[in-house]
Design a protein around this ligand. Sequence first.
Ligand code: SF4
Length: 431
Amino acid sequence: MLSALRENPALLKLDLYCKGLRLDDSCLVEEDGGRKILRTRAGLGSGLEVILPGNLWTNVPVTEPFAARSPYTLHRERGRYILRWNGDAVTPLALSPRPDWYDRSTSTGKPMTRVGTLQGTYLGVYQAKVCEYWTAKPAKVNCKFCSVGLNLGIDDADDKSLDEVMEVVRAAREESGITYVDFNTGHYEGDTYLDLLEPFVHRIKRELGLLVGLQTPPHRDLRRYDHLREIGVNRVSFCFEIFDPELFAEICPGKHAEYGLDHYLEAIRYCAALGKQGPQDEPWVTNGEIIAGLEPPESSIRAIDWITSVGAVPTVCVFRPLTGTDLQELAPPRTEDMVPVFRRLYEACMERGLPVGVAPNIHVSLVLLPDECRSLSPHRYRLQTLKLRAMARVFRRRFEKRLEEKAYGEVAGPESSPRNVNRNLHSPYSV
Ligand code: SF4
C-alpha cells in the first residue's frame, strides 16, 4: 500500500479524501504561508489546501471526526512538510500558498475571503443569499450532505455586490493568476439564479476576458442556456449528486420536489448539445456533478456512463460527512470502492473523446479531475492524449492573446497591467 501511495499521486489524492489527515503539532500552516482552513466549500468540504506530487492540488479533510482516526499525519520537519502514513514517510508536499489578498478587505470593508476563495487555482464565489431549501417552511428540505446553510454568515458573506466581486476577481487575477471564476448558487424561488449571475458574467468577460462557469439548479426554461452560451459562459454545471432515483429523493428532498432528477438530466443533455453553436472562441463545457460514496459504486459508474454518453463531463466528488450536516454520522467511503469509480471517470472521458484537461492553469482541489485519474487506469489512450495536448496548446495561445487584448484595450483598467499578462498564464504555484 505504501509504495502504491508513493508512486501514484491520484491514488494518494483519493485516499486522502477518504481518510483525511491529522495535523502534527509541528505544523505552522498559516505562519508558513498556507491557507486558513475555511468552512466555505459550497457545501462540500472544508479542509487543508495542499499540493501533492504531480502538481495535484487538493483539499484534505482535517476537521471532521473521521480525520482524527486517519493513518495519515502531516509533519513540519526542517522547514518542509512531510506526509506520513502510520509513521512512515509517504512524500513531501507543499502548502497551497495564501495570497496577500486573503488578508485584505474590499473598499467597502468586507474581508475578501468572504466574497470569494481560491479552490485550487480558480476563484469560487458562492453568490447571493443562502439556498432556500434551508429556509423552507414548515421544514427545511436541504440536501442532507450540504453545509451551505451552516456556513453562510460565518466564512462567507450573504450579500456581495457586483463591484465587490469584481474587486476580488481582479485581485485574484493579478496576484494569484486565476484564469477561471466559478459561481455557485443554491435554489431561489422563481428561478432567479441566472438573472442574478448574468451581470457578473458580462463584466468579467468585458473587463478581464477570463473563463466563467455557473453552477446552479437547472432552470425550468432551458432556452436560457442558449443565451448563456451566446454571452460567453464557458461552463454550466448541474449537481444532481445521486443517480439512483430513490436515493436522490431521500438525500436531496428539495431538488426532488422542485425539479426532479429527470429535469437535471434533461438540462445536462440540452446544454451538452449547445457546444456546436455560439461563439467558437469561447469553449463550452457541461458538467454533471455527482457525489461518490452516497450510492453504490456501480450506480456512480452508471451515472458517469450516462453523463459522458450525452457529451457532458462528469464531476465526481467524494462524499465527506461534514460536521453539523444531516449525514455527519456516516462514514466516508472506502478508497477501494472509489478506485473503480474514478478509473471509469477517466476511461469514459477518453473513450468519448471529451475535452478534459484543456483549459490553462486550472487545478481543482475539491475533486479528482478526469485527466488526473489516468494513473488509476491500465489503458493509455495515446492518440486521444496527443489530441488533448494539441488542443490545450491551441487554446492556451488563443486565451493568452485574448488576455493581452484585454490588458491593452480600453475597457481594461489599470489593474490589468500588461506586465502581468503572460506571467499569469502559467501557474504561479507550480511545484
Ligand atoms: S441545492 Fe442542495 S447542495 Fe445546493 S446549496 Fe441547496 S441544499 Fe446545498
